[in-house]
Design a protein around this ligand. Structure first.
Ligand code: COA
Ligand code: AMP
Length: 632
């Protein structure tokens, strides 16, 4: 491969995007061709493959069955948490999906209707997603680790006609009863869900509510298989809610055609995979990584994908990943850096790696949070394969910055996700919108139009899309990240510019946690900041000011606050630390100095803003954070 392959493709993706993406689209099957590759008539709202008809499920399943992959394994479900292993060939998966699609239809789901899916990491989650796609319904998967009030928020925002769930999820050492969570969420939501389909898992049988809940098995047994329905390429395939700066999650909308084209392209270009390869993303269907690289990407590319219900450590040990890679012949493995930090902590010498045959394993991909250079170097040293950091976001849907191994492997610079992927034109701007010099940090933005596969809008909220992402710098998409470009053209993403934090690769809103803390009757005001953590990247810490006259002890209030965040957002928020303080440091105009507090907590240099109301308040914060083990 010539050394300029990346540069040539990258340039072409920007100079002739319509020809470039039409070439990629030709690898898929279209029910009706597009009239316009890029419809810019409603800019800055762009649409890819306008006028075309397409079906994602057809391209992910039926196409492969028809083209000779019927007996190849499509999904391997490997669950150390339940001691199960199950494989579905493309034919079997297509048939299961067609039946479940029939069951959805029999339960009132029509083309364009929205279905919420709240499921653990079982293959039925993929069956439900693909079944929606098959009949032109829109799915919205909610991560199974979110508590009932968060699920209720998403039900109210998405307004589903039906909800698909299971009786339980499994975490190490405990079964998470989903049914009570589901009932509570349905009760809390203003939008009334009148029909659910529930998968009874052997670990937990649950009583169903007559007239509302339908048993998965019974629904499937009664169903007629449904065929793929051609939909407009620009129709929504799914909505995925992600954390914004407030407690209100943002519903990212993904279309059918552009999404499939982009994922197929990334499977080859970024991940260097071919049909028949075994691809494993150790994440969860509730996150965008699960959508793009557990379900849609590998299946569109004709790969075998692994559904892993387990953890990197403790199921049963820090060799779990190597066992799966070796047992299933994984070629490409994708996970979050935090998982590697957990493994490194338990097996620093990487001794368990030597117990497995990893001869088929070719590349490790890491994403979801900033990857510290130590973790990359450790993984490179122990695994002896290229370790490729890649940067993207729920909104973008696929890797936007990466070392595109499918074109050529460039030198790895630990700490940088490397270069823009073809289709993405980045800029780094100062607050006034002027590009900064190389090596200077600024706001990372992407020039419009974004390539296919990225968000087309926010669910039923074009204005929200515009206000959140497009208005700050006209002509650009605001990523919300700060970073810089070096003189070799590598991009270095360093932090967020807002109050979103990243805990163990999970994107969380400190605003949502602050809402929960503020709702406690003893709390007058509060702030939640993300502090650096060696394992999870960041952890939330609550700083609360109590109302006058509160008689409860601070310890008791902190315990209640921790319990509240767990019950209202979920254990996944990892909110375990809070402290009571006399006052929050603020500017004279009343703005809470969150980023200064963050710097103090992380023992980073900081300047005291000239507008601070009382500099002593920062000293008090430093003392409070020291008591929690920070600000050393
Ligand atoms: N349902 C219910 N609870 C869940 C859950 C789910 N689907 N997923 C996580 N939780 C709970 C956990 O049990 C834990 O509860 P606890 O506070 O009672 O221990 C809490 O949420 C935090 O979970 P997690 O973030 O998984 O942390 P952990 O301490 O259990 O494990 C790691 C740490 C590093 C092993 C783990 O975070 C991990 O595997 N990360 C991989 C990263 C990843 O998949 N990121 C997705 C984006 S790519
Ligand atoms: P999510 O939408 O959950 O995928 O989170 C996206 C955010 O995670 C980005 O905006 C970044 O802040 C962060 N992120 C994801 N991948 C990386 C990476 N490779 N390097 C640095 N930050 C990352």
């Amino acid at each position: 491969m010539s050394a300029s392959k990346y540069a040539e493709q990258y340039q072409r993706s920007l100079s002739e995007p319509e020809i470039f993406w039409a070439e990629q689209a030709a690898k898929l099957r279209w029910h009706k061709p597009w009239s316009k590759v890029l419809d810019d008539s409603k800019a800055p709202f762009y649409r890819w493959f306008a006028g075309a008809e397409f079906n994602t499920c057809y391209n992910a399943l039926d196409r492969h069955v028809e083209e000779g992959r019927a007996d190849q394994v499509a999904i391997t479900y490997d669950s150390p948490l339940t001691n199960s292993l199950k494989k579905f060939t493309y034919r079997e998966l297509r048939d299961e999906v067609a039946l479940f699609a029939g069951a959805l239809r029999a339960n009132g789901v029509k083309r364009g209707d929205l279905v919420v899916i709240y499921m653990p990491m079982v293959p039925e989650a993929a069956v439900a997603m693909l079944a929606c796609a098959r009949i032109g319904a829109v799915h919205s998967v909610v991560f199974g680790g979110f508590a009932a009030p968060e699920l209720a928020k998403r039900i109210d925002a998405a307004k589903p006609v039906l909800l698909v769930s299971a009786t339980c999820g499994i975490e190490p050492g405990r079964v998470i009863d989903y049914k009570p969570l589901l009932d509570q969420a349905i009760e809390l939501a203003e939008h009334k869900v009148t029909r659910t389909i529930i998968l009874q898992r052997p670990q937990r049988e649950a009583a169903l509510i007559a007239g509302r809940d339908v048993d998965w098995q019974e629904a499937v047994e009664a169903a007629q298989p449904a065929d793929c329905v051609p939909v407009a390429s620009t129709d929504p395939l799914y909505v995925l809610y992600t954390s914004g700066t407030t407690g209100k999650p943002k519903g990212v909308v993904r279309d059918h055609g552009g999404h499939a084209v982009a994922l197929m392209y990334s499977m080859k270009t970024v991940f260097d995979t071919n049909p028949g390869d075994v691809f494993w993303a150790a994440s969860d269907v509730g996150w965008v990584v699960g959508h793009s690289y557990i379900v849609y990407g590998p299946l569109l590319q004709g790969c075998t994908t692994i559904f892993y219900e387990g953890k990197p450590v403790g199921t049963p040990d820090a060799g779990a990943f190597w066992r799966v890679i070796s047992q299933h012949g994984v070629k490409t493995f994708f996970t979050a850096p935090t998982a590697f930090r957990a493994i490194k902590k338990e097996d620093p010498e990487g001794k368990l790696i030597g117990q497995y045959d990893l001869s088929k394993f070719k590349t490790l991909y890491l994403a979801g949070e900033r990857c510290d250079p130590d973790t990359i170097l450790w993984a490179q040293d122990k695994l002896k394969v290229p370790v490729i950091d890649n940067w993207w976001q729920t909104e973008l849907g696929w890797s936007a910055i990466a070392n595109c191994q499918g074109l050529e492997l460039m030198p790895v610079k630990p700490g940088s996700a490397a270069v823009p992927v073809p289709g993405f034109e980045f800029a780094v701007l100062d607050n006034a919108g002027t590009p900064v010099k190389d090596d200077d940090i600024g706001n990372v933005v992407i020039k419009l139009p974004l390539p296919p596969g990225t968000l087309s809008t926010m669910w039923q909220n074009d204005q929200g899309y515009h206000d959140n992402y497009l208005s700050r710098y006209p002509g650009y998409y605001l990523t919300g990240d700060a970073g810089y470009r070096d003189t070799d053209g590598y991009l270095w993403i360093m932090s967020r510019i807002d109050d979103i934090i990243n805990v163990a690769g999970h994107r969380l809103s400190t605003g949502a946690m602050e809402e929960v803390l503020s709702s406690h009757p003893a709390v007058a005001e509060c702030a939640v900041i993300g502090v650096a953590d060696a394992l999870k990247g960041q952890l939330p810490v609550g700083l609360v000011v109590l109302k006058a006259g509160v008689t409860k002890s601070s310890e008791e209030i902190v315990r209640e606050l921790v319990e509240r965040v767990r019950a209202q957002i979920g254990a996944v928020a990892a909110f375990k630390q809070a402290t009571v303080i006399a006052r929050l440091p603020k500017t004279r105009s009343g703005k809470v100095l969150r980023s200064t507090m963050r710097s103090i907590a992380d023992s980073q240099p900081h300047t005291v803003p000239a507008t601070i109301d009382d500099p002593k308040s920062l000293e008090e914060i430093a003392t409070a954070l020291q008591a929690l083990g920070y600000a050393k």
